[in-house]
Design a binder for this molecule. Structure first.
Ligand code: MV4
Length: 452
């Protein structure tokens, strides 16, 4: 049964992106918005709009009952959660289900399974997917952890089972450090997630972050759509993503894709998902975690594979098969995405909200900009500072970098400070140009280390 109407439980550029997919499919779109977002582009572009509360996300974009009520009132068939907010909240998925609304994403039980990182690690280990040497069972006590860390060998990294994105994570470089680091990580986890379940892994120095996009339908098909290198990040906030990763061989890429499909099949995954790996400097790769949502950087994959992942998500949620089989997914060329944030790199990346007085967006062959910006728009201070994504596609990496330099040079945002110049500097940096940027690149670059 096809959807007539989809409510978009998000804001900004991803809400705009989803509205476009709905329109393309002839499905009506409903925007929800907070009082801060009254004049946002997604509110203007949608077929219908509902104000659901005050600016703070907990009163609006995170308010499950208000969002469900809104969806019921407009008789929406489905909710697309985008990323962030409620996109990986299994309670919200269950509430949708109880009210007869389709959630455009995986099932609640699968979100829970992968959201428990210690359990996910064990599941993947048992499926034969390479994981970093470390614990198989959860750890709750520092003393038990110290013994296990000794077996693993230092340095180790202590991680919160409910964590992800760097929260509740501590490195112990020696046995002398272990107890303190374990207790710090565990306390942070208990405070942030209300869960003190920990696990321990060998600490991989100078890793690269490489992830594989998968799509799975409700008929058992799972397809990998290539990889993305997301190593260029700061404080666990990605800045640049590209596909294919310059850090892995074709052989490794193939193996990673096969393991990603196996991972998804192992947990009975449906809809869009990402299997995150870390790659060590010698090229060894290990499963880290699975992201059970569409991600910010999905456009990079769309450019190299010629697919529309949001349309596929909607199709899958309607019970339709994927519109492609594995053999039809042939990544072509190279795509790079730069995240444009309203922030001041020189002031420790402090957010810089305000009114866009004037702007010009780049365009042209192989240039895509996903944004909710327009001249006169006031960027609220309430939400994420990411205001645009510039994505370029070219036959090879060197020409993609050149195209990105042209696009960034052409782009103009006046009235607020942005990281446009900072992104330009990265594109010109020899370490990035040589495809050698690991997850520590930005930190080293900021310290003025020319060699990085
Ligand atoms: C690691 C690691 C080194 N060794 N695990 C950070 C976020 C989470 N997704 C996994 N993370 C890491 N796990 C082991 N065993 C280094 C990181 C890490 C990192 C990973 C991906 C991208 C950026 C990162 C920045 C710092 C640390």
């Amino acid at each position: 049964m096809g959807f007539q109407k989809i409510l978009i439980a998000n804001r900004g550029e991803i809400a705009v992106r989803i509205i476009r997919a709905c329109r393309n499919m002839g499905i009506r779109s409903v925007a929800i918005y907070s009082k801060e977002d009254q004049n946002s582009l997604h509110v203007q572009l949608a077929d219908q709009r509902i104000c659901i509360g005050e600016g703070p996300a907990k009163n609006s974009y995170l308010n499950m009952d208000r969002i469900i009520t809104a969806a019921m009132n407009v008789e929406a068939d489905a909710i697309h959660p985008g990323f962030g907010f409620l996109s990986e909240n299994s309670t919200f998925v269950r509430k949708c289900q109880e009210n007869g609304i389709a959630f455009i994403g995986p099932e609640a039980d699968v979100i829970d399974k992968m959201g428990n990182k210690a359990q996910a690690r064990k599941t993947m280990m048992e499926a034969g997917i390479p994981v970093v040497p470390g614990t198989k069972e959860p750890v709750y006590e520092a003393e038990a952890g110290r013994q296990l860390a000794g077996d693993i060998g230092y340095p180790v990294i202590i991680k919160a089972s409910s964590g992800g994105g760097g929260k509740g994570m501590r490195v112990a470089r020696s046995e002398a450090e272990f107890e303190e680091q374990f207790n710090l990580a565990q306390r942070e986890s208990a405070n942030a997630f209300g869960d003190d379940t920990m696990y321990i892994e060998k600490f991989v120095e100078n890793p690269r972050h490489v992830e594989v996009q998968i799509m799975a339908d409700t008929h058992g098909a799972v397809v990998a759509l290539g990889d993305r290198d997301c190593s260029v990040q700061r404080n666990h906030q990605k800045l640049i993503e590209e596909s294919p990763s310059p850090a892995v061989s074709e052989e490794t890429r193939q193996a990673m894709s096969r393991y990603a499909v196996l991972a998804a099949k192992t947990v009975g995954y449906t809809n869009a998902g990402t299997i995150e790996f870390i790659v060590d400097p010698r090229g060894g790769f290990y499963f880290m975690e699975m992201n059970t949502r569409i991600q910010v950087e999905h456009g990079v994959t769309e450019m190299v594979t010629g697919t529309d992942l949001i349309i596929e998500q909607i199709r899958v949620a309607m019970g339709e098969p994927l519109s492609f089989v594995q053999e039809e997914v042939i990544p072509r060329g190279h795509a790079i995405e730069c995240r444009i944030n309203a922030e001041i790199p020189e002031m420790n990346f402090m957010p810089s909200p305000g009114v866009v007085e004037h702007m010009h967006l780049p365009a042209g062959n192989g240039v895509r900009v996903d944004t909710g910006l327009y001249t006169g728009y006031r960027i609220p201070s309430e939400y994420d500072s990411m205001i645009a994504k510039v994505i370029v596609h070219a036959p090879d990496r060197a020409s993609a970098i050149r195209k990105m330099l042209c696009a960034l040079d052409e782009m103009l945002i006046m009235g607020v400070k942005t990281n446009l110049d900072f992104q330009y500097q990265i594109m010109r940096h020899p370490v990035f140009r040589e495809g050698r940027a690991d997850t520590g690149f930005i930190e080293k670059m900021m310290k003025g280390n020319r060699k990085v």
